[in-house]
Write a protein that binds this ligand. Structure first.
Ligand SMILES: Cc1ncc(COP(=O)(O)O)c(C=O)c1O
Length: 390
């Protein structure tokens, strides 16, 4: 397996994408979901070769992405996509909006489950629908789908549900049981489920990602999935994602999408994603190992320096959801952490109301940076500002 480690800090600081360009040099950026690792060799090769050929035109409809993704899904998740319809577009967000546009009328209610990936609020609005928040519920000391509340929301007239599987910011991969129940409820109430599965390739060995469309005929009849190589191989700026439909109704909706939806796919994104799915698994396994090592370090660092902070190890991904409420830093700990520790986290309140008092941390970085960030954060005194100095 390829051993993957962070690029040196001077290389990271020379990057011009959001993570390393948005804050001054004294800030450790641990917010937006970009990784500090170098690109996988198969991706570098594919992109260099394309540049050498001057191959930067429009994506051809005869491209290798669908076959690559089908193979990856079969090997990784035992998910047979042979009968499924795949349609490529620029990114997962656009895929969600394009599907919502076709399954809702203006003003219809679309369910999301906060705390959840903040742009979901905007994507529902962009599609002309309105958000119906059904917060996750605390079960066995963890946050899970509230199936009873989802049933009530579906019965009240919601038309669609944007599911996050695995869930950002928790990194939780929903169980087959929960997904089966969800699919049954969706069919009973005529709700379309759009399963955002962008974090799925980052599922840790020993935990299980269940593709929503694999759970039942009911899921396939009423659901879509949206996938991308962009999070797992760190190529979000290249713009490529794949909508998946495995039932007759949803496949018809993909077939009727205007061809412009496909034309928005980035050529470099398609080439890089195809290389990732076909030849990038060794690198991906190396990344998973690097993340797992950081999860262990974080556990140790938090126990030692910030024992009041509660969190759960993610099943998938490199984002961790930290509960700072026991530290007494109020509803927006990320603001204070940025000002006083010069560490940029994502503010919990952006993930919806249940996010108050929380912050999300991106740990796809070097162990040294993680160590430094936790030490800096732990140096902020507990309690309200000024309180503990008196
Ligand atoms: C759950 C989830 N969906 C979608 C996205 C954005 O994907 P894209 O850039 O393909 O729109 C992210 C980015 O972090 C994400 O975490």
């Amino acid at each position: 397996m390829t051993r993957v480690s962070s690029d040196p800090i001077d290389v990271l600081r020379s990057r011009t994408s959001e993570k390393w360009a948005d804050h001054p040099a004294d800030v450790l950026p641990m917010f937006v979901a970009e990784m500090d690792y170098p690109l996988a060799d198969p991706i570098r090769r594919a992109l260099h070769e394309a540049i050498d050929r001057g191959d930067a035109g429009y994506v051809s409809s005869h491209n290798p992405l669908a076959a690559g993704f089908r193979g990856f899904a079969q090997r990784r998740w035992n998910w047979d996509l042979n009968g499924a319809r795949l349609l490529t577009t620029a990114d997962v967000s656009m895929g969600i909006v394009e599907i919502l546009r076709r399954v809702t009328e203006p003003g219809d209610k679309v369910v999301i489950t906060p705390p959840v990936y903040p742009p979901f609020f905007d994507l529902v609005a962009e599609a002309g629908a309105s958000v119906l928040a059904v917060p996750l519920r605390e079960a066995e000391n963890a946050l899970r789908l509230d199936l009873a509340a989802l049933e009530r929301a579906f019965a009240s007239g919601a038309r669609a549900f944007v599911l996050c599987n695995p869930h950002n910011p928790l990194g939780h991969a929903h169980t087959r049981d929960d997904l089966e129940t969800l699919a049954r409820l969706a069919v009973v109430h005529g709700v379309t489920v759009i399963s955002d599965e962008i974090h799925a390739p980052l599922t840790q060995p020993g935990t299980t990602f269940t593709p929503y469309l694999s759970v039942s005929a009911e899921a396939r009849a009423s659901g879509f999935a949206v996938h991308s190589a962009s999070k797992a191989w760190n190529i979000a700026g290249l713009k490529c994602a794949t909508m998946v439909a495995a039932g007759e109704g949803p496949a018809g909706i993909l077939d009727r999408m205007p061809s412009e939806v496909f034309w928005r796919t980035g050529q470099f994104g398609m080439l890089a994603s195809a290389a990732a799915y076909a030849d990038g698994e060794d690198w991906l396994d190396g990344v998973l190992e690097a993340i797992a090592r950081n999860v262990e370090s974080l556990d140790r660092l938090l126990r030692e320096h910030l024992p009041e902070v509660r969190w759960h190890r993610p099943d998938a991904g490199y984002l961790v959801w930290l509960d700072f409420r026991g530290r007494g830093w109020g509803s927006d700990p990320a603001e204070r952490i940025l000002e006083e520790a010069r560490v940029a986290l994502s503010a919990g309140s952006e993930f919806g109301e249940p996010g108050a008092g929380f912050a999300r941390m991106n740990i796809a970085c070097s162990p040294e940076l993680l160590d430094e960030a936790i030490r800096r954060i732990a140096a902020i005194p507990p309690g309200e500002r000024g309180q503990s100095q008196s």
